[in-house]
Ligand binder design. Structure first.
Ligand code: NZQ
Ligand code: ZN
Length: 389
């Protein structure tokens, strides 16, 4: 295990009816809030009305900005920055999924920065401060509700880029599993793929002697694998959703990478797909992650065999380590297919004509490598896209 500092400041308020506490929470920070949300699911479900009521009861003035799209766009972030400045807003409340939360985080960094907020995504500048934000989560998936991450797409050029900063940890996140009852099956599956990917990115490490976090990650993966089929059959199964929602947060709140170094190549490789083809992040990961695994498993067959055995119950007494490792990857692909995701690019309507371009973008034309478990150059990334096609 390597040295680490762990501090996650996000207050989690979990359970039935907890969204009613939002007014009280926000009032600790400001009396004027930007209420930020997506394409309208929160109006259909009635959550919007409950949030507005709670904020008004707490005497909070509301300014709204809706219209966040999946793969949130930079243009809306600029609009949010302008609105916050013009209205002297002191707090941003994101009600939705990872896209809404990331859009809120980008606005929060941009409002208090004199330059272009995109500078943070190109590493031209590092954020020094941010407005406080809070969230009400409606889909377990991205883990943004308790993460340092923020991922935004610049429409021009199709660049999807991430920033990590402790300044954008939400001050609080309200997690009511009932909010997930209305999710379309496809979004449930995409969320599951993203949560599993956050766990696997951390699992495939070169750091030895990390038994505690290995086993915590395995347990969190098994929780997702066991409960996603239940909610696909029974969308209003509170208990199963509660397991999934908490697992989604734990998967990405940095507890599970304490003392180890994660990989993250699959995320970078997937972001190129979402940037150009506007595919859902989880759907892209269901295609890229198994391909990445097939490309790198020989780097540490023991770790892949351990994953196969402990997560997918592959019997190590029956197979060679290499066969067991491959069976683990196959089990992951089968799981993705069983929940309605495709695992090949062509099945997502993506041809092979832009692999080189995406690989060049991903590595800054080979100025840097991608991933930590195995450091990948653009040629490796093209090979991974080819394995995924
Ligand atoms: O926009 P609305 O109408 O709300 O509809 C959304 C959206 O269409 C819908 N939805 C959400 N909750 C719902 C619902 N529909 C019915 N009932 C509900 N309860 O679901 C669709 C997808 O929402 P989105 O926010 O895009 O999903 P997700 O949470 O998967 O977020 C994906 C984004 O997060 C980024 C991804 O790259 C992607 O842009 N990520 C952010 C991370 C972070 N900040 O730490 C880490 C992740 O690795 C990821 O990259
Ligand atoms: Zn992700």
């Amino acid at each position: 295990m390597i040295n680490f500092t762990f501090q996650n400041p996000t207050k989690i308020i979990f359970g039935k009816g907890t969204e009613k506490q939002v007014g009280k929470e926000v009032s600790q920070y400001a009396n004027k809030v930007l209420l930020h949300y997506g394409g309208g699911s929160i109006k259909k479900t009635g959550l919007y009305d409950r949030v507005v009521t709670s904020l008004k009861e707490a005497g909070i003035e509301i300014v709204e900005l809706s219209g966040v799209k999946p793969n949130p766009r930079l243009s809306l972030v600029y609009e949010g920055i302008r609105i916050c400045r013009e209205n002297n807003i002191g707090f941003i409340l994101a009600v939705g999924g990872g896209s809404v939360i990331d859009s809120a985080k980008a606005i929060a960094m941009g409002v208090v920065y004199d330059g272009d907020v995109w500078d943070f995504f190109t590493e031209k500048a590092v954020p020094q401060k941010a407005l406080p934000i809070g969230t009400i989560l409606t889909i377990p998936a991205a883990g943004s509700e308790a993460s340092t991450g923020c991922v935004i797409t610049k429409e021009e050029g199709g660049y999807k880029r991430a920033v990590n900063s402790e300044l954008i940890y939400p001050r609080f996140s309200i997690l009511n599993p009932e909010m997930a009852f209305t999710l379309p099956k496809y979004q449930v599956a995409c969320g599951a793929a993203d949560i599993l990917a956050h766990l696997m990115e951390r699992y495939f490490t070169n750091v030895p002697n990390v038994e505690l976090t290995d086993r915590l990650i395995e347990a969190t993966m098994k929780t997702i694998i066991n409960n996603i089929p239940i909610v696909l059959e029974q969308p209003d199964n509170y208990d199963a959703w509660a397991e999934i929602m908490w697992a989604g947060t734990v998967a990405h709140n940095n507890l599970l990478n304490t003392g180890r170094i994660g990989d993250w190549a699959s995320h970078d490789i997937e972001h190129e797909l979402s940037g150009i083809y506007d595919i859902a992040h989880g759907a892209g990961l269901a295609i890229i992650f198994p391909a990445w695994m097939k490309y790198v498993y020989k780097h540490d067959i023991n770790r892949f065999a351990q994953y196969a055995s402990r997560v997918w119950n592959v019997d190590l007494s029956l197979w060679s380590l290499e066969r067991a490792a491959l069976k683990g990857i196959e089990a992951l692909e089968n799981f993705f297919r069983s929940i309605g995701l495709v695992t090949r690019l062509k099945d997502a309507g993506i041809e092979d004509d832009r692999f080189e371009e995406m690989a060049q973008k991903c590595t800054g034309s080979d100025q840097y490598t991608v991933g930590n478990f195995v450091k990948l150059k653009s040629a490796d990334i093209v090979n991974i896209y080819n394995l995924a096609k």
